[in-house]
Design a binder for this molecule. Structure first.
Ligand SMILES: Nc1ncnc2c1ncn2[C@@H]1O[C@H](COP(=O)(O)OP(=O)(O)OP(=O)(O)O)[C@@H](O)[C@H]1O
Ligand SMILES: [Mg+2]
Length: 521
Protein backbone atom coordinates (compact mmCIF):
# COMPACT_ATOMS: atom_id res chain seq x y z
CA UNK A 1 0.00 0.00 0.00
CA UNK A 2 1.43 3.40 -1.06
CA UNK A 3 1.32 6.42 1.30
CA UNK A 4 -1.31 7.86 -1.07
CA UNK A 5 -3.59 4.82 -0.46
CA UNK A 6 -3.05 5.00 3.29
CA UNK A 7 -4.11 8.64 3.30
CA UNK A 8 -7.11 7.90 1.11
CA UNK A 9 -8.26 5.25 3.61
CA UNK A 10 -7.55 7.56 6.53
CA UNK A 11 -9.93 10.12 5.02
CA UNK A 12 -12.83 7.67 4.87
CA UNK A 13 -12.09 6.42 8.39
CA UNK A 14 -12.31 9.97 9.80
CA UNK A 15 -15.61 10.64 7.98
CA UNK A 16 -17.02 7.33 9.25
CA UNK A 17 -16.00 8.09 12.82
CA UNK A 18 -17.65 11.50 12.76
CA UNK A 19 -20.90 10.06 11.42
CA UNK A 20 -20.79 7.35 14.08
CA UNK A 21 -20.31 10.00 16.72
CA UNK A 22 -23.34 11.96 15.46
CA UNK A 23 -25.50 8.85 15.43
CA UNK A 24 -24.30 8.07 18.88
CA UNK A 25 -25.55 11.46 19.97
CA UNK A 26 -28.92 10.47 18.49
CA UNK A 27 -29.28 13.95 17.18
CA UNK A 28 -29.16 14.20 13.39
CA UNK A 29 -30.82 17.29 11.92
CA UNK A 30 -30.00 18.31 8.33
CA UNK A 31 -27.87 21.31 9.26
CA UNK A 32 -25.64 19.27 11.50
CA UNK A 33 -25.27 16.57 8.87
CA UNK A 34 -24.11 19.21 6.35
CA UNK A 35 -21.72 20.63 8.89
CA UNK A 36 -20.31 17.22 9.65
CA UNK A 37 -19.75 16.61 5.96
CA UNK A 38 -18.12 20.00 5.47
CA UNK A 39 -15.81 19.66 8.43
CA UNK A 40 -14.92 16.09 7.75
CA UNK A 41 -13.90 17.10 4.21
CA UNK A 42 -11.81 19.94 5.62
CA UNK A 43 -10.11 17.56 8.00
CA UNK A 44 -9.49 15.14 5.16
CA UNK A 45 -8.11 17.94 2.98
CA UNK A 46 -5.89 19.02 5.82
CA UNK A 47 -4.54 15.57 6.54
CA UNK A 48 -4.62 14.22 2.99
CA UNK A 49 -1.65 15.82 1.25
CA UNK A 50 -2.54 14.77 -2.28
CA UNK A 51 -4.19 16.66 -5.12
CA UNK A 52 -6.40 15.01 -7.68
CA UNK A 53 -7.33 16.15 -11.18
CA UNK A 54 -10.12 14.53 -13.10
CA UNK A 55 -10.14 14.34 -16.90
CA UNK A 56 -13.54 13.33 -18.27
CA UNK A 57 -13.84 11.34 -21.44
CA UNK A 58 -16.79 13.29 -22.77
CA UNK A 59 -16.26 16.85 -23.82
CA UNK A 60 -18.69 19.09 -21.97
CA UNK A 61 -18.66 21.59 -24.81
CA UNK A 62 -19.27 19.24 -27.72
CA UNK A 63 -22.00 16.62 -27.81
CA UNK A 64 -20.94 13.04 -28.43
CA UNK A 65 -17.30 13.88 -28.77
CA UNK A 66 -14.41 12.69 -26.67
CA UNK A 67 -12.27 15.29 -25.03
CA UNK A 68 -8.86 15.91 -26.64
CA UNK A 69 -7.19 15.83 -23.24
CA UNK A 70 -8.66 12.40 -22.46
CA UNK A 71 -7.48 11.00 -25.82
CA UNK A 72 -4.01 12.49 -25.34
CA UNK A 73 -3.75 10.95 -21.85
CA UNK A 74 -4.91 7.59 -23.18
CA UNK A 75 -2.16 7.67 -25.81
CA UNK A 76 0.41 8.84 -23.28
CA UNK A 77 -0.48 6.07 -20.86
CA UNK A 78 -0.54 3.33 -23.49
CA UNK A 79 3.03 2.21 -22.92
CA UNK A 80 2.94 2.28 -19.11
CA UNK A 81 -0.53 0.66 -19.22
CA UNK A 82 0.75 -2.25 -21.26
CA UNK A 83 3.50 -2.94 -18.75
CA UNK A 84 1.73 -2.10 -15.45
CA UNK A 85 -2.03 -2.60 -15.72
CA UNK A 86 -3.50 -6.03 -15.12
CA UNK A 87 -6.57 -5.49 -17.29
CA UNK A 88 -6.16 -3.88 -20.71
CA UNK A 89 -8.42 -2.77 -23.54
CA UNK A 90 -7.31 -3.01 -27.19
CA UNK A 91 -8.56 -0.97 -30.11
CA UNK A 92 -7.47 0.21 -33.55
CA UNK A 93 -6.91 3.93 -33.35
CA UNK A 94 -7.92 6.29 -36.13
CA UNK A 95 -5.26 6.75 -38.88
CA UNK A 96 -3.15 4.11 -37.26
CA UNK A 97 -1.87 0.80 -38.47
CA UNK A 98 -1.52 -0.99 -35.14
CA UNK A 99 -3.52 -1.93 -32.06
CA UNK A 100 -3.73 0.69 -29.35
CA UNK A 101 -3.67 -0.65 -25.79
CA UNK A 102 -5.14 1.21 -22.85
CA UNK A 103 -5.89 0.26 -19.26
CA UNK A 104 -9.34 -1.04 -18.45
CA UNK A 105 -11.66 0.65 -15.94
CA UNK A 106 -10.52 0.87 -12.31
CA UNK A 107 -6.87 0.24 -13.05
CA UNK A 108 -4.00 2.36 -11.84
CA UNK A 109 -0.53 3.03 -13.23
CA UNK A 110 2.38 4.91 -11.78
CA UNK A 111 4.39 7.53 -13.61
CA UNK A 112 7.51 9.49 -12.75
CA UNK A 113 8.49 12.97 -13.88
CA UNK A 114 11.74 14.69 -12.85
CA UNK A 115 12.00 12.35 -9.91
CA UNK A 116 8.40 12.98 -8.75
CA UNK A 117 5.98 10.05 -8.51
CA UNK A 118 2.36 10.38 -9.60
CA UNK A 119 -0.55 8.08 -10.27
CA UNK A 120 -3.09 7.75 -13.04
CA UNK A 121 -6.28 5.83 -12.35
CA UNK A 122 -9.05 5.04 -14.79
CA UNK A 123 -12.58 5.32 -13.41
CA UNK A 124 -16.18 5.06 -14.52
CA UNK A 125 -19.38 6.70 -13.21
CA UNK A 126 -22.54 4.75 -13.88
CA UNK A 127 -25.64 6.87 -14.11
CA UNK A 128 -28.98 5.40 -13.20
CA UNK A 129 -30.94 8.01 -15.12
CA UNK A 130 -29.35 7.31 -18.52
CA UNK A 131 -30.91 8.87 -21.60
CA UNK A 132 -30.05 9.63 -25.19
CA UNK A 133 -28.30 12.81 -24.07
CA UNK A 134 -26.90 11.36 -20.92
CA UNK A 135 -24.92 8.15 -21.49
CA UNK A 136 -25.00 5.49 -18.86
CA UNK A 137 -21.25 5.23 -18.38
CA UNK A 138 -18.96 8.18 -18.05
CA UNK A 139 -15.28 7.39 -18.01
CA UNK A 140 -12.50 9.52 -16.65
CA UNK A 141 -8.83 9.53 -15.69
CA UNK A 142 -7.81 10.66 -12.24
CA UNK A 143 -4.36 12.08 -11.73
CA UNK A 144 -3.07 12.05 -8.14
CA UNK A 145 0.09 13.77 -6.91
CA UNK A 146 1.51 15.30 -3.73
CA UNK A 147 0.53 18.90 -3.19
CA UNK A 148 4.10 20.06 -2.82
CA UNK A 149 4.59 19.28 -6.55
CA UNK A 150 1.58 21.31 -7.63
CA UNK A 151 3.57 23.81 -9.76
CA UNK A 152 5.65 21.18 -11.45
CA UNK A 153 2.68 18.98 -12.33
CA UNK A 154 0.32 21.72 -13.43
CA UNK A 155 3.07 23.39 -15.45
CA UNK A 156 5.70 21.20 -17.01
CA UNK A 157 4.23 17.73 -16.45
CA UNK A 158 0.88 18.26 -18.16
CA UNK A 159 2.70 19.98 -21.01
CA UNK A 160 5.02 16.99 -21.24
CA UNK A 161 2.05 14.60 -21.37
CA UNK A 162 0.49 16.48 -24.29
CA UNK A 163 3.73 16.75 -26.24
CA UNK A 164 4.69 13.15 -25.66
CA UNK A 165 1.28 11.89 -26.73
CA UNK A 166 1.47 13.95 -29.92
CA UNK A 167 4.89 12.52 -30.69
CA UNK A 168 3.61 8.98 -30.02
CA UNK A 169 0.69 9.54 -32.36
CA UNK A 170 3.00 10.74 -35.11
CA UNK A 171 5.20 7.68 -34.65
CA UNK A 172 2.20 5.36 -34.85
CA UNK A 173 0.36 6.91 -37.74
CA UNK A 174 1.02 6.00 -41.37
CA UNK A 175 3.45 8.29 -43.05
CA UNK A 176 2.52 10.11 -46.24
CA UNK A 177 4.39 11.09 -49.34
CA UNK A 178 3.23 14.40 -50.76
CA UNK A 179 4.03 15.55 -54.27
CA UNK A 180 3.15 18.84 -55.87
CA UNK A 181 1.42 19.30 -59.16
CA UNK A 182 1.70 23.01 -59.73
CA UNK A 183 0.55 24.66 -56.53
CA UNK A 184 -1.32 21.70 -55.04
CA UNK A 185 -0.03 18.93 -52.86
CA UNK A 186 -1.46 15.46 -53.25
CA UNK A 187 -0.44 12.43 -51.23
CA UNK A 188 -0.16 8.68 -51.09
CA UNK A 189 0.69 6.47 -48.12
CA UNK A 190 4.45 6.21 -47.79
CA UNK A 191 5.43 2.58 -47.72
CA UNK A 192 9.12 2.81 -48.51
CA UNK A 193 10.90 -0.05 -46.76
CA UNK A 194 14.23 1.80 -46.50
CA UNK A 195 15.63 1.83 -42.99
CA UNK A 196 18.97 3.00 -41.73
CA UNK A 197 19.74 -0.59 -40.80
CA UNK A 198 19.52 -1.64 -44.46
CA UNK A 199 21.45 1.28 -45.92
CA UNK A 200 24.95 0.20 -46.81
CA UNK A 201 27.55 2.70 -45.72
CA UNK A 202 30.32 3.11 -43.23
CA UNK A 203 28.72 2.19 -39.85
CA UNK A 204 30.34 5.11 -38.02
CA UNK A 205 29.10 7.60 -40.57
CA UNK A 206 25.64 6.06 -40.42
CA UNK A 207 25.52 6.33 -36.65
CA UNK A 208 26.61 9.96 -36.79
CA UNK A 209 23.73 10.78 -39.17
CA UNK A 210 21.16 8.91 -37.06
CA UNK A 211 22.34 10.62 -33.86
CA UNK A 212 22.16 13.98 -35.59
CA UNK A 213 18.58 13.38 -36.71
CA UNK A 214 17.40 12.16 -33.33
CA UNK A 215 19.10 15.05 -31.56
CA UNK A 216 17.36 17.46 -33.94
CA UNK A 217 13.94 15.96 -33.28
CA UNK A 218 14.41 16.46 -29.53
CA UNK A 219 15.97 19.91 -29.66
CA UNK A 220 12.93 22.17 -29.50
CA UNK A 221 14.11 23.83 -26.29
CA UNK A 222 17.61 24.35 -27.63
CA UNK A 223 16.38 26.10 -30.79
CA UNK A 224 14.06 28.24 -28.72
CA UNK A 225 16.84 29.18 -26.28
CA UNK A 226 19.31 30.22 -28.95
CA UNK A 227 16.61 32.01 -30.94
CA UNK A 228 16.87 29.93 -34.11
CA UNK A 229 14.12 28.45 -36.23
CA UNK A 230 13.71 24.74 -35.55
CA UNK A 231 14.80 23.52 -38.97
CA UNK A 232 17.80 21.74 -40.40
CA UNK A 233 19.18 21.55 -43.90
CA UNK A 234 20.85 18.46 -45.32
CA UNK A 235 22.69 18.13 -48.60
CA UNK A 236 23.05 14.58 -49.85
CA UNK A 237 25.47 14.23 -52.71
CA UNK A 238 27.08 11.42 -54.63
CA UNK A 239 26.89 9.48 -57.89
CA UNK A 240 23.62 7.86 -59.03
CA UNK A 241 22.57 4.72 -57.20
CA UNK A 242 24.46 5.44 -53.99
CA UNK A 243 21.35 5.63 -51.82
CA UNK A 244 20.39 9.32 -51.60
CA UNK A 245 16.67 8.76 -52.14
CA UNK A 246 16.76 5.63 -49.96
CA UNK A 247 18.32 7.64 -47.16
CA UNK A 248 15.56 10.26 -47.32
CA UNK A 249 12.94 7.51 -46.95
CA UNK A 250 14.95 6.06 -44.06
CA UNK A 251 14.98 9.51 -42.40
CA UNK A 252 11.18 9.71 -42.67
CA UNK A 253 10.82 6.21 -41.25
CA UNK A 254 13.22 6.92 -38.39
CA UNK A 255 11.60 10.17 -37.27
CA UNK A 256 8.02 9.43 -38.29
CA UNK A 257 7.87 12.54 -40.47
CA UNK A 258 5.91 12.98 -43.70
CA UNK A 259 7.78 13.58 -46.95
CA UNK A 260 7.08 16.58 -49.18
CA UNK A 261 8.77 15.93 -52.50
CA UNK A 262 8.93 19.37 -54.10
CA UNK A 263 9.17 19.33 -57.89
CA UNK A 264 10.45 22.81 -58.62
CA UNK A 265 10.08 22.48 -62.37
CA UNK A 266 6.31 22.43 -62.05
CA UNK A 267 6.19 25.56 -59.88
CA UNK A 268 5.56 28.67 -61.95
CA UNK A 269 7.01 31.43 -59.82
CA UNK A 270 8.21 32.40 -56.36
CA UNK A 271 4.70 33.27 -55.21
CA UNK A 272 3.48 29.76 -55.95
CA UNK A 273 6.56 28.34 -54.27
CA UNK A 274 5.73 30.27 -51.12
CA UNK A 275 2.17 29.03 -51.15
CA UNK A 276 3.38 25.44 -51.37
CA UNK A 277 5.93 25.83 -48.60
CA UNK A 278 3.44 27.57 -46.33
CA UNK A 279 1.27 24.47 -46.46
CA UNK A 280 4.01 22.18 -45.18
CA UNK A 281 3.25 21.39 -41.52
CA UNK A 282 5.61 20.52 -38.69
CA UNK A 283 7.30 17.13 -38.58
CA UNK A 284 7.96 17.08 -42.29
CA UNK A 285 10.88 16.58 -44.60
CA UNK A 286 10.90 18.81 -47.66
CA UNK A 287 12.83 17.11 -50.42
CA UNK A 288 14.27 18.86 -53.46
CA UNK A 289 15.96 16.23 -55.60
CA UNK A 290 18.65 16.95 -58.20
CA UNK A 291 18.92 20.59 -57.20
CA UNK A 292 21.56 21.17 -59.90
CA UNK A 293 18.99 20.24 -62.56
CA UNK A 294 16.01 22.01 -61.00
CA UNK A 295 17.61 25.38 -60.56
CA UNK A 296 20.26 27.04 -62.67
CA UNK A 297 23.18 28.54 -60.80
CA UNK A 298 22.23 31.98 -62.02
CA UNK A 299 18.85 31.55 -60.44
CA UNK A 300 17.05 30.53 -63.61
CA UNK A 301 15.18 27.29 -63.74
CA UNK A 302 16.26 24.44 -65.95
CA UNK A 303 14.49 21.30 -66.99
CA UNK A 304 15.29 18.19 -65.03
CA UNK A 305 17.01 15.44 -66.94
CA UNK A 306 13.87 13.38 -67.05
CA UNK A 307 11.76 16.25 -68.32
CA UNK A 308 14.43 17.09 -70.89
CA UNK A 309 14.46 13.50 -72.17
CA UNK A 310 10.68 13.50 -72.38
CA UNK A 311 10.62 16.79 -74.25
CA UNK A 312 13.32 15.62 -76.61
CA UNK A 313 11.38 12.45 -77.34
CA UNK A 314 8.25 14.51 -78.06
CA UNK A 315 10.27 16.83 -80.21
CA UNK A 316 11.47 13.96 -82.34
CA UNK A 317 7.89 12.90 -82.87
CA UNK A 318 6.75 16.34 -83.90
CA UNK A 319 9.52 18.82 -84.66
CA UNK A 320 7.01 21.60 -85.36
CA UNK A 321 6.13 21.72 -81.69
CA UNK A 322 9.56 22.94 -80.63
CA UNK A 323 9.23 26.73 -80.84
CA UNK A 324 5.94 26.68 -78.98
CA UNK A 325 7.37 24.54 -76.18
CA UNK A 326 10.41 26.73 -75.76
CA UNK A 327 8.14 29.68 -75.37
CA UNK A 328 6.19 27.85 -72.66
CA UNK A 329 9.40 27.03 -70.81
CA UNK A 330 10.70 30.56 -70.73
CA UNK A 331 7.31 31.74 -69.65
CA UNK A 332 7.37 29.34 -66.71
CA UNK A 333 11.00 29.72 -65.62
CA UNK A 334 10.54 32.18 -62.83
CA UNK A 335 11.39 30.27 -59.66
CA UNK A 336 14.81 31.43 -58.63
CA UNK A 337 17.44 30.09 -56.32
CA UNK A 338 17.43 33.29 -54.32
CA UNK A 339 13.62 33.12 -54.06
CA UNK A 340 13.84 29.64 -52.63
CA UNK A 341 16.68 30.39 -50.24
CA UNK A 342 15.26 33.66 -48.99
CA UNK A 343 11.98 32.06 -48.22
CA UNK A 344 13.51 29.09 -46.45
CA UNK A 345 15.76 31.39 -44.42
CA UNK A 346 13.25 34.09 -43.80
CA UNK A 347 9.69 34.36 -42.74
CA UNK A 348 8.73 30.81 -43.53
CA UNK A 349 10.96 29.61 -40.70
CA UNK A 350 8.85 31.62 -38.31
CA UNK A 351 5.67 29.83 -39.29
CA UNK A 352 6.37 26.61 -37.42
CA UNK A 353 9.16 24.23 -36.65
CA UNK A 354 10.59 20.75 -36.78
CA UNK A 355 11.19 20.63 -40.48
CA UNK A 356 14.05 19.15 -42.41
CA UNK A 357 14.98 20.37 -45.86
CA UNK A 358 16.94 17.86 -47.89
CA UNK A 359 18.59 18.68 -51.18
CA UNK A 360 20.19 16.01 -53.35
CA UNK A 361 22.63 16.31 -56.20
CA UNK A 362 24.94 14.14 -58.25
CA UNK A 363 27.33 17.04 -58.80
CA UNK A 364 28.12 18.94 -55.62
CA UNK A 365 30.90 20.91 -57.33
CA UNK A 366 28.37 22.48 -59.69
CA UNK A 367 26.28 24.00 -56.92
CA UNK A 368 26.12 27.68 -56.21
CA UNK A 369 28.15 28.47 -53.06
CA UNK A 370 25.11 30.44 -51.86
CA UNK A 371 23.23 27.20 -51.56
CA UNK A 372 25.82 25.26 -49.65
CA UNK A 373 27.15 27.93 -47.34
CA UNK A 374 27.00 27.26 -43.58
CA UNK A 375 23.67 27.85 -41.93
CA UNK A 376 21.77 26.80 -45.02
CA UNK A 377 23.07 23.31 -45.29
CA UNK A 378 23.73 22.29 -41.71
CA UNK A 379 24.99 18.90 -42.74
CA UNK A 380 26.57 17.69 -45.94
CA UNK A 381 26.50 13.94 -46.42
CA UNK A 382 28.49 12.26 -49.12
CA UNK A 383 27.17 8.95 -50.38
CA UNK A 384 29.90 7.33 -52.34
CA UNK A 385 30.78 4.21 -54.25
CA UNK A 386 30.53 0.96 -52.36
CA UNK A 387 33.63 0.13 -50.34
CA UNK A 388 34.25 -2.88 -48.14
CA UNK A 389 32.47 -1.65 -44.98
CA UNK A 390 29.32 -0.86 -46.95
CA UNK A 391 29.60 -4.17 -48.81
CA UNK A 392 29.62 -6.05 -45.50
CA UNK A 393 26.30 -4.43 -44.66
CA UNK A 394 24.83 -5.47 -48.00
CA UNK A 395 26.16 -9.04 -47.68
CA UNK A 396 24.52 -9.28 -44.26
CA UNK A 397 21.21 -8.00 -45.59
CA UNK A 398 21.08 -9.89 -48.84
CA UNK A 399 22.90 -13.15 -48.01
CA UNK A 400 22.83 -13.26 -44.20
CA UNK A 401 26.60 -13.74 -44.02
CA UNK A 402 29.22 -11.79 -42.11
CA UNK A 403 32.33 -13.42 -43.56
CA UNK A 404 33.34 -15.66 -46.43
CA UNK A 405 36.65 -16.75 -48.01
CA UNK A 406 35.79 -14.65 -51.09
CA UNK A 407 35.54 -11.44 -49.03
CA UNK A 408 39.31 -10.79 -49.38
CA UNK A 409 39.19 -10.68 -53.18
CA UNK A 410 36.04 -8.56 -53.09
CA UNK A 411 37.72 -6.08 -50.74
CA UNK A 412 40.62 -5.59 -53.19
CA UNK A 413 38.31 -5.19 -56.16
CA UNK A 414 36.02 -2.71 -54.40
CA UNK A 415 39.00 -0.40 -53.83
CA UNK A 416 39.89 -0.51 -57.52
CA UNK A 417 36.49 -0.50 -59.22
CA UNK A 418 33.95 2.24 -58.57
CA UNK A 419 30.66 0.40 -58.23
CA UNK A 420 27.65 2.04 -56.59
CA UNK A 421 25.80 0.17 -53.80
CA UNK A 422 22.74 -0.23 -56.07
CA UNK A 423 24.82 -2.29 -58.53
CA UNK A 424 26.56 -4.27 -55.79
CA UNK A 425 23.13 -5.10 -54.34
CA UNK A 426 21.94 -6.21 -57.76
CA UNK A 427 24.85 -8.68 -58.01
CA UNK A 428 24.23 -9.95 -54.49
CA UNK A 429 20.66 -11.08 -55.14
CA UNK A 430 20.50 -14.61 -53.67
CA UNK A 431 20.51 -17.47 -56.13
CA UNK A 432 16.92 -18.80 -56.20
CA UNK A 433 18.00 -22.37 -56.96
CA UNK A 434 20.91 -23.16 -54.70
CA UNK A 435 20.64 -20.30 -52.17
CA UNK A 436 24.42 -20.64 -51.82
CA UNK A 437 26.02 -17.22 -51.12
CA UNK A 438 29.12 -18.33 -53.06
CA UNK A 439 27.12 -18.05 -56.28
CA UNK A 440 26.21 -14.42 -55.62
CA UNK A 441 29.70 -13.50 -54.41
CA UNK A 442 31.29 -14.99 -57.54
CA UNK A 443 28.81 -13.09 -59.68
CA UNK A 444 29.84 -9.91 -57.85
CA UNK A 445 33.54 -10.66 -58.40
CA UNK A 446 32.90 -11.05 -62.13
CA UNK A 447 30.91 -7.82 -62.18
CA UNK A 448 33.67 -5.97 -60.31
CA UNK A 449 36.37 -7.32 -62.62
CA UNK A 450 34.33 -6.19 -65.61
CA UNK A 451 33.78 -2.74 -64.04
CA UNK A 452 37.50 -2.51 -63.30
CA UNK A 453 38.39 -3.42 -66.91
CA UNK A 454 35.86 -0.90 -68.22
CA UNK A 455 37.29 1.77 -65.94
CA UNK A 456 40.80 0.94 -67.19
CA UNK A 457 39.71 1.20 -70.83
CA UNK A 458 37.88 4.44 -70.10
CA UNK A 459 40.93 5.90 -68.38
CA UNK A 460 43.11 4.86 -71.35
CA UNK A 461 40.67 6.41 -73.78
CA UNK A 462 40.58 9.60 -71.73
CA UNK A 463 44.39 9.67 -71.60
CA UNK A 464 44.53 9.17 -75.38
CA UNK A 465 42.04 11.97 -75.99
CA UNK A 466 43.94 14.23 -73.61
CA UNK A 467 47.26 13.50 -75.35
CA UNK A 468 45.64 14.19 -78.73
CA UNK A 469 44.24 17.48 -77.48
CA UNK A 470 47.61 18.48 -76.06
CA UNK A 471 49.34 17.59 -79.36
CA UNK A 472 46.77 19.65 -81.26
CA UNK A 473 47.28 22.65 -78.99
CA UNK A 474 51.06 22.35 -79.32
CA UNK A 475 50.83 22.19 -83.11
CA UNK A 476 48.66 25.32 -83.11
CA UNK A 477 51.21 27.08 -80.92
CA UNK A 478 54.03 26.16 -83.29
CA UNK A 479 52.06 27.36 -86.27
CA UNK A 480 51.47 30.68 -84.52
CA UNK A 481 55.18 31.07 -83.78
CA UNK A 482 56.09 30.59 -87.45
CA UNK A 483 53.45 33.12 -88.49
CA UNK A 484 54.47 35.68 -85.87
CA UNK A 485 57.75 37.11 -87.40
CA UNK A 486 56.20 37.67 -90.83
CA UNK A 487 53.43 39.61 -89.16
CA UNK A 488 55.88 41.67 -87.16
CA UNK A 489 57.84 42.38 -90.28
CA UNK A 490 54.72 43.47 -92.05
CA UNK A 491 53.98 45.80 -89.14
CA UNK A 492 57.45 47.33 -89.36
CA UNK A 493 56.98 48.04 -93.03
CA UNK A 494 53.54 49.56 -92.44
CA UNK A 495 54.58 51.96 -89.63
CA UNK A 496 56.73 55.09 -90.10
CA UNK A 497 59.98 54.81 -88.09
CA UNK A 498 61.77 57.43 -86.04
CA UNK A 499 65.41 57.92 -87.04
CA UNK A 500 68.17 60.27 -85.90
CA UNK A 501 69.93 62.30 -88.58
CA UNK A 502 73.53 63.38 -88.55
CA UNK A 503 72.77 66.79 -87.00
CA UNK A 504 70.98 65.10 -84.12
CA UNK A 505 67.43 65.95 -85.19
CA UNK A 506 64.86 63.36 -84.97
CA UNK A 507 63.01 62.82 -88.19
CA UNK A 508 60.28 60.55 -89.24
CA UNK A 509 61.39 58.34 -92.02
CA UNK A 510 59.22 56.20 -94.08
CA UNK A 511 60.62 52.73 -93.56
CA UNK A 512 59.22 51.62 -96.87
CA UNK A 513 60.96 54.52 -98.70
CA UNK A 514 64.30 53.70 -97.06
CA UNK A 515 63.84 50.10 -97.90
CA UNK A 516 63.03 50.97 -101.52
CA UNK A 517 66.04 53.28 -101.72
CA UNK A 518 68.28 50.46 -100.53
CA UNK A 519 67.07 48.12 -103.19
CA UNK A 520 67.39 50.73 -105.96
CA UNK A 521 71.05 51.51 -105.09
N1 LIG B 1 23.77 2.61 -49.78
C1 LIG B 1 22.83 1.74 -50.16
N2 LIG B 1 22.46 0.75 -49.34
C2 LIG B 1 21.52 -0.13 -49.69
N3 LIG B 1 20.87 -0.11 -50.85
C3 LIG B 1 21.20 0.85 -51.73
C4 LIG B 1 22.18 1.84 -51.41
N4 LIG B 1 22.30 2.67 -52.46
C5 LIG B 1 21.42 2.26 -53.36
N5 LIG B 1 20.77 1.17 -52.95
C6 LIG B 1 19.74 0.43 -53.69
O1 LIG B 1 19.70 0.96 -55.00
C7 LIG B 1 18.44 1.50 -55.34
C8 LIG B 1 18.63 2.91 -55.91
O2 LIG B 1 19.11 3.76 -54.90
P1 LIG B 1 18.63 5.27 -54.70
O3 LIG B 1 17.46 5.56 -55.56
O4 LIG B 1 18.50 5.53 -53.25
O5 LIG B 1 19.90 6.03 -55.27
P2 LIG B 1 20.13 7.57 -55.50
O6 LIG B 1 21.45 7.92 -54.90
O7 LIG B 1 18.96 8.34 -55.06
O8 LIG B 1 20.27 7.66 -57.07
P3 LIG B 1 19.98 8.89 -58.06
O9 LIG B 1 21.13 9.86 -57.90
O10 LIG B 1 19.95 8.27 -59.40
O11 LIG B 1 18.66 9.48 -57.66
C9 LIG B 1 17.63 1.53 -54.06
O12 LIG B 1 16.36 1.01 -54.31
C10 LIG B 1 18.38 0.65 -53.09
O13 LIG B 1 17.75 -0.61 -53.00
MG1 LIG C 1 17.51 9.49 -56.08
Amino acid sequence: MTPKDMFANLGSIITGLMFAWAMFQNYFPYQLRKNIEKYSQRVVRFVYPYIQIRFNELDGQRFFSRSDAYIAIQTYLSSSSSTQAKKLKADIAKNSKSLALSMDDHEEVEDEFQGVKLWWASGKDVSKSASFWNPEEKRYYLLTFHKRHRDLILGSYLDHVLKESKAMEVRKRQRKLYTNNGTNWSHVILKHPAKFETIAMDPEKKKEIMDDLIAFSKAEEFYERVGRAWKRGYLLYGPPGTGKSSMIAAMANLLGYDLYDLELTSVKNNTDLRKLLMEVPNKSIIVIEDIDCSLDLTGQRKKTNKKKEKDEAEEKKDPKQKPEKEEKDTEASQVTLSGLLNFIDGLWSASGGERLIVFTTNYVEKLDPALVRGGRMDKRIELSYCRFEAFKGLAKNYLQIESHPLFGRIRELLEEANMCPADVAEHLMPDPNSGDPKFSLERLIKGLEKAKEEARLKAEEEARLKAEEEARLKAEEEAKKIEQPTKEEAKKVEQPTKAVTENGEAKLLDARATENGKTSQ
